[in-house]
Ligand binder design. Structure first.
Ligand SMILES: Nc1ncnc2c1ncn2[C@@H]1O[C@H](COP(=O)(O)OP(=O)(O)OP(=O)(O)O)[C@@H](O)[C@H]1O
Length: 241
Protein backbone atom coordinates (compact mmCIF):
# COMPACT_ATOMS: atom_id res chain seq x y z
CA UNK A 1 0.00 0.00 0.00
CA UNK A 2 1.42 3.40 -0.92
CA UNK A 3 1.85 6.25 1.55
CA UNK A 4 -0.94 8.16 -0.17
CA UNK A 5 -3.38 5.32 0.45
CA UNK A 6 -2.39 5.02 4.10
CA UNK A 7 -2.87 8.59 5.25
CA UNK A 8 -3.72 11.23 2.68
CA UNK A 9 -3.05 14.89 3.39
CA UNK A 10 -6.37 15.74 1.84
CA UNK A 11 -9.38 13.72 0.73
CA UNK A 12 -12.43 15.16 -0.96
CA UNK A 13 -15.35 12.83 -1.50
CA UNK A 14 -18.32 13.66 -3.73
CA UNK A 15 -18.01 17.45 -3.62
CA UNK A 16 -20.72 19.43 -5.37
CA UNK A 17 -20.86 23.22 -5.14
CA UNK A 18 -22.13 26.26 -7.00
CA UNK A 19 -23.19 29.87 -6.77
CA UNK A 20 -26.80 30.97 -6.29
CA UNK A 21 -28.20 27.61 -7.32
CA UNK A 22 -25.95 27.30 -10.39
CA UNK A 23 -23.88 24.11 -10.18
CA UNK A 24 -20.13 24.60 -10.75
CA UNK A 25 -18.61 21.47 -9.20
CA UNK A 26 -20.30 18.12 -9.69
CA UNK A 27 -19.43 15.15 -7.57
CA UNK A 28 -15.68 15.74 -7.35
CA UNK A 29 -13.50 13.29 -5.47
CA UNK A 30 -9.76 13.62 -5.12
CA UNK A 31 -6.91 12.55 -2.89
CA UNK A 32 -3.65 14.35 -2.17
CA UNK A 33 -1.14 11.99 -0.60
CA UNK A 34 1.31 13.07 2.08
CA UNK A 35 4.36 14.56 0.38
CA UNK A 36 2.68 14.42 -3.02
CA UNK A 37 2.61 17.24 -5.59
CA UNK A 38 -0.52 17.23 -7.73
CA UNK A 39 -1.29 19.76 -10.46
CA UNK A 40 -4.89 20.53 -11.32
CA UNK A 41 -5.41 21.76 -14.88
CA UNK A 42 -8.47 22.79 -16.84
CA UNK A 43 -9.97 25.51 -18.99
CA UNK A 44 -10.99 28.94 -17.68
CA UNK A 45 -14.15 28.58 -15.64
CA UNK A 46 -13.76 24.81 -15.17
CA UNK A 47 -14.13 25.36 -11.42
CA UNK A 48 -10.53 25.04 -10.20
CA UNK A 49 -10.56 28.08 -7.92
CA UNK A 50 -13.99 27.17 -6.60
CA UNK A 51 -12.66 23.74 -5.69
CA UNK A 52 -9.67 25.30 -3.91
CA UNK A 53 -11.98 27.60 -1.96
CA UNK A 54 -14.22 24.70 -0.98
CA UNK A 55 -11.22 22.66 0.15
CA UNK A 56 -10.04 25.57 2.32
CA UNK A 57 -13.44 26.22 3.86
CA UNK A 58 -14.03 29.54 2.09
CA UNK A 59 -17.02 28.29 0.11
CA UNK A 60 -19.59 25.89 1.48
CA UNK A 61 -20.24 22.86 -0.73
CA UNK A 62 -23.79 21.63 -1.38
CA UNK A 63 -22.66 18.05 -0.89
CA UNK A 64 -19.57 16.03 -0.06
CA UNK A 65 -17.02 15.44 2.65
CA UNK A 66 -13.46 16.58 3.17
CA UNK A 67 -10.82 14.97 5.36
CA UNK A 68 -7.51 16.56 6.30
CA UNK A 69 -4.79 14.16 7.43
CA UNK A 70 -7.45 11.51 7.97
CA UNK A 71 -9.73 13.75 10.02
CA UNK A 72 -13.09 15.23 9.14
CA UNK A 73 -13.13 18.53 11.02
CA UNK A 74 -16.37 19.44 12.83
CA UNK A 75 -15.86 23.02 11.69
CA UNK A 76 -14.37 23.15 8.19
CA UNK A 77 -13.20 26.76 8.56
CA UNK A 78 -9.91 28.30 7.37
CA UNK A 79 -8.81 28.74 11.02
CA UNK A 80 -9.51 25.09 11.89
CA UNK A 81 -7.86 23.92 8.67
CA UNK A 82 -4.83 26.10 9.37
CA UNK A 83 -4.48 24.51 12.79
CA UNK A 84 -4.73 21.09 11.14
CA UNK A 85 -1.76 21.93 8.87
CA UNK A 86 -3.39 23.19 5.66
CA UNK A 87 -2.60 26.56 4.03
CA UNK A 88 -3.98 28.31 0.94
CA UNK A 89 -2.21 30.76 -1.34
CA UNK A 90 -5.21 32.26 -3.14
CA UNK A 91 -5.29 33.40 -6.74
CA UNK A 92 -4.43 37.10 -6.90
CA UNK A 93 -2.08 37.33 -3.90
CA UNK A 94 -4.32 39.15 -1.43
CA UNK A 95 -1.56 40.97 0.42
CA UNK A 96 -2.52 44.13 2.31
CA UNK A 97 -1.13 46.98 0.18
CA UNK A 98 -0.57 49.44 3.05
CA UNK A 99 1.43 47.06 5.24
CA UNK A 100 5.13 46.38 4.89
CA UNK A 101 6.28 42.84 4.22
CA UNK A 102 7.51 42.55 7.80
CA UNK A 103 4.14 43.74 9.10
CA UNK A 104 2.33 41.19 6.91
CA UNK A 105 4.53 38.43 8.32
CA UNK A 106 3.98 39.67 11.87
CA UNK A 107 0.22 39.65 11.38
CA UNK A 108 0.26 36.13 9.94
CA UNK A 109 2.34 34.80 12.84
CA UNK A 110 0.08 36.53 15.34
CA UNK A 111 -3.06 35.18 13.63
CA UNK A 112 -1.60 31.66 13.72
CA UNK A 113 -0.81 32.13 17.45
CA UNK A 114 2.89 31.39 16.93
CA UNK A 115 4.67 32.18 20.25
CA UNK A 116 6.61 35.47 20.16
CA UNK A 117 9.98 33.88 20.84
CA UNK A 118 9.53 31.60 17.79
CA UNK A 119 8.57 34.27 15.28
CA UNK A 120 12.02 35.47 14.19
CA UNK A 121 13.09 31.89 13.56
CA UNK A 122 10.01 31.23 11.41
CA UNK A 123 10.67 34.34 9.33
CA UNK A 124 14.32 33.39 8.91
CA UNK A 125 13.30 29.91 7.76
CA UNK A 126 11.03 31.32 5.06
CA UNK A 127 13.58 33.91 3.95
CA UNK A 128 16.10 31.12 3.46
CA UNK A 129 13.63 29.49 1.07
CA UNK A 130 12.70 32.72 -0.71
CA UNK A 131 15.83 34.85 -0.25
CA UNK A 132 14.82 37.58 -2.70
CA UNK A 133 12.28 38.82 -0.17
CA UNK A 134 15.16 40.14 1.98
CA UNK A 135 15.61 42.96 -0.57
CA UNK A 136 12.14 44.39 0.03
CA UNK A 137 11.14 43.40 3.55
CA UNK A 138 10.62 46.96 4.73
CA UNK A 139 8.56 48.11 1.73
CA UNK A 140 4.80 48.39 1.64
CA UNK A 141 3.26 45.48 -0.29
CA UNK A 142 1.29 47.84 -2.55
CA UNK A 143 4.53 49.24 -3.96
CA UNK A 144 5.91 45.79 -4.92
CA UNK A 145 5.76 44.16 -8.34
CA UNK A 146 3.28 41.37 -9.00
CA UNK A 147 5.99 38.75 -8.68
CA UNK A 148 7.26 40.17 -5.41
CA UNK A 149 3.73 40.21 -4.01
CA UNK A 150 3.27 36.61 -5.08
CA UNK A 151 6.44 35.65 -3.22
CA UNK A 152 5.19 37.43 -0.10
CA UNK A 153 1.85 35.64 -0.36
CA UNK A 154 3.58 32.24 -0.55
CA UNK A 155 5.99 33.16 2.24
CA UNK A 156 3.09 34.20 4.45
CA UNK A 157 1.47 30.78 3.95
CA UNK A 158 4.74 28.99 4.74
CA UNK A 159 5.20 30.87 8.04
CA UNK A 160 2.61 28.59 9.63
CA UNK A 161 4.71 25.53 8.63
CA UNK A 162 1.85 23.87 6.78
CA UNK A 163 1.97 20.16 6.03
CA UNK A 164 -0.20 20.66 2.96
CA UNK A 165 -0.36 23.69 0.68
CA UNK A 166 -3.05 24.72 -1.79
CA UNK A 167 -1.54 26.99 -4.44
CA UNK A 168 -3.91 28.70 -6.85
CA UNK A 169 -2.19 29.89 -10.05
CA UNK A 170 1.05 31.20 -8.55
CA UNK A 171 2.39 32.13 -12.01
CA UNK A 172 -0.15 34.87 -12.66
CA UNK A 173 1.70 38.07 -13.45
CA UNK A 174 5.12 36.42 -13.28
CA UNK A 175 7.78 36.21 -15.96
CA UNK A 176 8.63 32.56 -16.73
CA UNK A 177 12.03 32.84 -15.05
CA UNK A 178 10.50 34.25 -11.86
CA UNK A 179 7.91 31.49 -11.86
CA UNK A 180 10.66 28.88 -12.03
CA UNK A 181 12.46 30.67 -9.19
CA UNK A 182 9.28 30.28 -7.18
CA UNK A 183 8.63 26.63 -8.03
CA UNK A 184 12.12 25.44 -7.16
CA UNK A 185 11.85 26.22 -3.42
CA UNK A 186 8.33 24.80 -3.39
CA UNK A 187 9.55 21.50 -4.80
CA UNK A 188 12.43 21.61 -2.31
CA UNK A 189 9.93 21.94 0.54
CA UNK A 190 8.34 18.69 -0.46
CA UNK A 191 11.72 17.00 -0.62
CA UNK A 192 12.98 18.36 2.70
CA UNK A 193 9.78 18.33 4.74
CA UNK A 194 7.37 16.12 2.88
CA UNK A 195 4.84 18.92 2.45
CA UNK A 196 1.95 17.98 0.14
CA UNK A 197 1.00 20.44 -2.59
CA UNK A 198 -2.11 20.86 -4.69
CA UNK A 199 -1.25 23.29 -7.47
CA UNK A 200 -3.61 24.95 -9.92
CA UNK A 201 -1.52 26.10 -12.85
CA UNK A 202 -1.85 26.98 -16.52
CA UNK A 203 1.91 26.90 -17.13
CA UNK A 204 1.83 23.17 -17.43
CA UNK A 205 5.41 22.57 -18.51
CA UNK A 206 6.90 24.06 -15.36
CA UNK A 207 4.19 22.65 -13.09
CA UNK A 208 4.38 19.11 -14.52
CA UNK A 209 8.16 19.09 -14.02
CA UNK A 210 7.67 19.08 -10.22
CA UNK A 211 4.41 17.05 -10.11
CA UNK A 212 3.79 13.41 -9.26
CA UNK A 213 0.29 13.41 -10.66
CA UNK A 214 -2.03 15.53 -12.78
CA UNK A 215 -5.79 15.97 -12.46
CA UNK A 216 -7.65 17.39 -15.44
CA UNK A 217 -10.91 19.21 -14.86
CA UNK A 218 -13.59 20.03 -17.39
CA UNK A 219 -16.88 21.78 -16.66
CA UNK A 220 -16.82 21.07 -12.95
CA UNK A 221 -15.72 17.44 -13.07
CA UNK A 222 -12.40 15.62 -12.98
CA UNK A 223 -12.23 13.87 -16.32
CA UNK A 224 -8.73 12.45 -16.27
CA UNK A 225 -5.96 11.60 -13.87
CA UNK A 226 -2.45 10.29 -14.39
CA UNK A 227 1.28 10.94 -14.26
CA UNK A 228 2.50 14.13 -16.01
CA UNK A 229 3.90 11.99 -18.84
CA UNK A 230 0.34 10.94 -19.76
CA UNK A 231 -0.48 14.60 -20.48
CA UNK A 232 2.66 15.57 -22.34
CA UNK A 233 1.00 15.19 -25.73
CA UNK A 234 0.25 18.74 -26.87
CA UNK A 235 -2.96 17.78 -28.70
CA UNK A 236 -4.26 16.02 -25.61
CA UNK A 237 -3.65 19.11 -23.50
CA UNK A 238 -5.29 21.42 -26.02
CA UNK A 239 -8.44 19.30 -25.70
CA UNK A 240 -8.49 20.04 -21.99
CA UNK A 241 -8.10 23.79 -22.31
N1 LIG B 1 -18.19 34.44 -6.56
C1 LIG B 1 -18.79 33.91 -7.61
N2 LIG B 1 -20.10 34.13 -7.84
C2 LIG B 1 -20.73 33.59 -8.91
N3 LIG B 1 -20.13 32.80 -9.82
C3 LIG B 1 -18.83 32.55 -9.65
C4 LIG B 1 -18.07 33.08 -8.55
N4 LIG B 1 -16.79 32.64 -8.65
C5 LIG B 1 -16.74 31.89 -9.75
N5 LIG B 1 -17.95 31.82 -10.37
C6 LIG B 1 -18.27 31.06 -11.58
O1 LIG B 1 -17.97 29.70 -11.34
C7 LIG B 1 -17.40 29.10 -12.50
C8 LIG B 1 -16.05 28.50 -12.11
O2 LIG B 1 -15.15 29.56 -11.76
P1 LIG B 1 -13.72 29.27 -11.15
O3 LIG B 1 -13.11 30.58 -10.84
O4 LIG B 1 -13.85 28.27 -10.08
O5 LIG B 1 -13.01 28.59 -12.40
P2 LIG B 1 -11.47 28.37 -12.71
O6 LIG B 1 -11.35 27.03 -13.31
O7 LIG B 1 -10.67 28.66 -11.50
O8 LIG B 1 -11.22 29.50 -13.80
P3 LIG B 1 -9.89 30.35 -14.14
O9 LIG B 1 -8.91 29.38 -14.73
O10 LIG B 1 -10.40 31.34 -15.14
O11 LIG B 1 -9.42 30.99 -12.85
C9 LIG B 1 -17.31 30.20 -13.55
O12 LIG B 1 -18.41 30.06 -14.41
C10 LIG B 1 -17.40 31.47 -12.75
O13 LIG B 1 -17.99 32.49 -13.49
Amino acid sequence: MSQAQQRPALEAIGISAGYGGRAVLENISLTLGEGEIVTLVGHNGAGKSTLMRVLFGLHRPDAGRIRVFGQELPNHSPAALGAAGLALVPEGRGVFPDLTVDEIFGLALWAAAVPKQERAERIEEVLTLLPRIRDFRTRRAGTLSGGQQQMVSIARALLTRPRALLLDEPSIGLAPKLFQDLLAPIAALRDSRGIAILLVEQNVREAFAISDRVLAMKSGAIIEEGPPSAFSDHARLMELF
